[in-house]
Design a protein around this ligand. Sequence first.
Ligand SMILES: [Zn+2]
Ligand SMILES: [Zn+2]
Length: 318
Amino acid sequence: MKIIPISLPTPFYVGPVNVYLVQEEPLTLIDTGPKTKEALEALKDGLRRERVRVSDIKRIVLTHAHEDHCGLAKQLRDEAKNAQVFVHGWETGHRAGRLEYEEHRTLLERAGVPAGEVSEMRRMYEGVRAFADALEDHEHAELVDEEEIRFERGALRVIHTPGHTPGSCSFLREADRTIIAGDCVLKRITPNPVLSPDPVDPARRFRSLAEYLVSLARLRSLHPTLVYGGHGDAVHDYEELFNRYLRAIGDRQTEVIRLIPKAGATAWDISLQLFPGAGDVHRFLAVSETVAHLDLAHSENKLALELSSDGREVYRRA
Ligand SMILES: [Zn+2]
Ligand SMILES: [Zn+2]
């Protein structure tokens, strides 16, 4: 069972995305790249190098439903006729190519994002979602934690690794403890814990960073020898990355807490200080990151949280 990385261009700031061909029956593609002509061409080139055509693909497995990873899923599924698409059930908002708009608006407003900025973020997102086709409910099956994706020779075990998104999944080949981790593990950058409604209770915020720390520890407990990420080079030394991530998260938390003035502040206020230059889509990611750190600090009793009369969450140092 060979795992072959194929790098595809994306129109996003993050740069190229890695998708993985599992060269074994049934032929399986893990992630697809964004819905662009360039990505599709690069994918077909990559497959051709392995003497594979799109029509040979039997299964499409998604690590998560961000546009750079799932964008071509529907198109490839249609072209490969009977290919089955798999994604975790918690990717609901994304897998259909649309975020739960009203829930997102509420989450952003509660984080103190001004109404005009919320509208602007939604407008930007309209542009991003053009890079993925929506999948209807009957067009995909669900990945379930700890279940095996079986091949003629070998298997990949599904490891649900929430954090970057609620339904992010990694895939473990037990024989040599190789893991395909999507955006859960990236060699050069710490993945953004993206602001999302909680899949169990959408009126709440998903506790992305707390969940993410658990996922990182879970992967560590599997003692991976090689981790294939969604972007950049493979990781050979997971222990080093794990410690580096933990330090980075700790440092960021200290910084976030330090930025809170005596009178208190919203996540939006702090994100402006933390990422002063962030424009466009990055404003949303900046708020996401800030909220995630505030939530974690609050859950660790380092911050107090009050709801202002206009429904914004105001943090104070405990
Ligand atoms: Zn992602
Ligand atoms: Zn990505």
